[in-house]
Design a protein around this ligand. Structure first.
Ligand SMILES: [Zn+2]
Length: 330
């Protein structure tokens, strides 16, 4: 034994001997937790309040063409560089609620109760986390849908297949409705399993609601302080939003970068398998990010992890996200 370890050992003995009984260390036999705290997070934009309500995270097997114009190895490397499983796609989902002061507005609804059950609660958490945040879905005035992919519309329905927001006006982009609800467009998508699945799913959800929706156009104030911004490419009517109150502004980017979104922040020219018009999605992505940078506008991103409140900066030929500091008070 070296002098140092001998002294340390003696000091240890002395400390134990001198410790009063009341200070006996706790035994490590308390049960370990099997779930996280409910995930919701609030911040203010002027007098509007944003509540980000997590819908969950998935780690799914990744098709080789997950990025249409990059090799499987190139994509695997970016996952590995970000300390995620290289052969999988890790994706997170974060819808938001905006309390404008006069209206309670939900923007997108997550993967819904069926996925909640099938995934044993890993995704489709929006409705339970909403309740945990103290927000009663019966008191929601407006639900704004950005586009018709399942992770944004499935949560329109509750577990009983009825409206999850029975007192809300459901607002959808008119360009999105025109595309996905059109039988001619649906028949053109035959043979493409991704498109086919999305056409069928949109009908399943909106038919359950009796197709009772209000269509809105881009470039309009569709709720107090919430303006729709045309962002086509990911889907034909994909829409982002600017939430403005006083001198504060927030860009709600939704799926400008989608799926494992960080891939497309670093490599904005990469084309996600699920982008319907891939070159247009790339163009829209650069346009909106350049606008956010020029206007120094913070971003709320649907697929940016939780809470997904970030700023975007130029980084070489691409961009990088800088997460906002986690605020413990409002
Ligand atoms: Zn999405």
């Amino acid at each position: 034994m070296t002098e140092l370890t001998r002294r340390a050992a003696l000091a240890g003995v002395a400390a134990t001997t001198l410790m009063p009984l009341s200070m006996t260390p706790a035994r490590a036999n308390a049960p370990q937790a099997d779930k996280q705290a409910p995930s919701f997070y609030r911040y203010n934009v002027g007098t509007h309040q944003i509540t980000v309500v997590c819908d969950g995270v998935t780690v799914v097997s990744r098709p080789d063409n997950y990025v249409a114009n990059a090799s499987k190895d190139e994509v695997s490397k970016v996952f590995a560089d970000n300390y995620m499983p290289a052969d999988k796609a890790t994706q997170s989902y974060s819808p938001i609620v905006v309390n404008t002061g006069s209206k309670l507005v939900v923007i997108d609804t997550g993967l819904g109760p069926t996925n909640f059950e099938q995934s044993k609660g890993r995704v489709g958490q929006f409705q339970t986390n909403l309740a945990a945040a103290g927000i009663d879905r019966n008191s929601v005035d407006t639900v704004i849908i950005s586009h018709f992919h399942g992770d944004h519309i499935n949560g329109l329905l509750a577990a009983d297949n009825k409206s999850a927001y029975p007192n809300a006006e459901i607002m959808v982009p008119s360009a999105e409705w025109k595309f996905w609800m059109d039988d001619g467009e649906m028949s053109k998508g035959t043979g493409n399993p991704i498109l086919e699945g999305n056409f069928k799913n949109a009908r399943r959800v909106f038919d359950a609601l009796g197709r009772k929706v209000t269509q809105y156009d881009a470039g309009k104030e569709i709720a107090p302080g919430i303006t729709s911004v045309a962002s086509p490419g990911h889907t034909p009517g994909h829409t982002s939003y600017i939430v403005a109150s006083g001198s504060d502004k927030l860009l709600v980017q939704v799926d400008i970068t989608a799926g494992a979104a960080f891939l497309f922040v670093k490599n904005p020219d990469w084309q996600l398998l699920f982008d319907v018009d891939k070159p247009l999605a790339v163009q829209t992505r650069r346009k909106l990010y350049d606008m956010a940078i020029a206007e120094k506008m913070p971003i709320q991103a649907f697929h940016a992890g939780f809470p997904g409140h970030v700023r975007v900066e130029k980084d070489g030929n691409g961009y990088r996200w800088v997460p906002a500091l986690w605020n413990t008070s409002l």
